[in-house]
Write a protein that binds this ligand. Sequence first.
Ligand code: GDP
Length: 444
Amino acid sequence: MAFEGLADRLQNTIQKIKGKGKVTEQDVKEMTREVRLALLEADVNFKVVKDFIKNIKERAVGQEVMESLTPGQQVIKIVKEELTALMGGEESRIAAADRPPTVIMMVGLQGAGKTTTTGKLANLLRKKYNRKPLLVAADVYRPAAIDQLETLGKQLDMPVYSAGTDANPVDIANEALEKAKEEHLDYVLIDTAGRLHIDGDLMDELIQIKNNVSPDEIFLVVDAMTGQDAVNVAESFNEQLDVSGVVLTKLDGDTRGGAALSIKAVTDKPIKFAGMGEKLDQLEVFHPERMASRILGMGDVLSLIEKAQDNVDEKRAKELEEKMRSASFTFDDFLEQMGQVRNMGPLEDLLDMIPGANKMKGLKNVEFDEKQIAHVEAIIQSMTAQERQDPSLLNASRRKRIARGSGRSVSEVNRLIKQFDEMKKMMKQMTNMQQGKKGKKGKK
Ligand code: GDP
């Protein structure tokens, strides 16, 4: 998970102050010292840490806390508010031009995830906002970049504008804009060239494109895993191009979080989106408050609900619930339900969104073994359609065949079938109990 170390340390620190009926200056001093260390260890910019601690200190020893009935809670509220402000306060919206198409220029160093993010953003614009984007391949120096964008376009079934490697990037951008107007597409996402390092030629080219197409947004794509380097890159790009927002990629692999916590303060440009994986649907709107809440172990129920709404078909979920109640739930249904939960992302991440879940005994150190889930899926997939509908068919020889087919042991197959039976029994009992209760009420 992103921010793992920081979250652990901050949560320990605030735990100590949480229940205090009186918070002394000494308490605040101790707490801020620990918070300071935690932030530095998370690779947050030194100056940013200094200002952050100063703000917390000022507020925590002020009247706001002293006059409160729950000073401990009050201090935590301050930490959360300051952490939220540090990451940008409100979440920022994506521009929409009065007269479409809205033009977005994607810039960043090679390998930061620019091309992937262009595809992800197009996907999000269509899925969430019902928009029609055009992808534009303006990185003419790396032939593979054009192919990569075209492949993404095919995957997404979206138009891509490219003109080979001989064309001039400024012309490509202008022509793409014309095409979008003609075809009534409402977003133009320009994937520009990247370099390994910032250099004058690259900047000149980007400035030229900017002056020609007057983009509504310039998104700078930076790799969170590069920590403070990402912040330095952001600063240079911003100086030259005055970007409108940052997309922080690979936050899924960034256990420290230094870039996420420093970029807004250093560049004064908001993080608009965060890349949470390689897949095309793994781009999230960056919500500073929700992120602060997750870091402090307070969960993020809103994101959890949104994820469920995006990935779970409500009608199907109701049907499955009904099936469970009537004990007609089959292995096919089980597989489907597991798929829906899996679509929501890694289980560990989901757990972080449940308030207090990380403090629950036993849950804190549970390592969710995604492999285990894949094994269960393999076993069910090795059953015939008939067997999945009617598990009573599963005699010893069939179980052996399934074990062979899925590459798992017979005892694993047996265990799964037993668990499934028990789950069904339990559902039945619960339904009976509920019906019993209803029955009694009815007689009154
Ligand atoms: P570009 O040179 O900036 O266009 O970078 P690419 O789009 O080609 O991405 C470089 C690598 O980073 C690819 O292997 C991507 O799959 C990977 N990548 C991009 N975004 C993410 C992300 O949010 N998480 C993870 N884990 N990998 C990412």
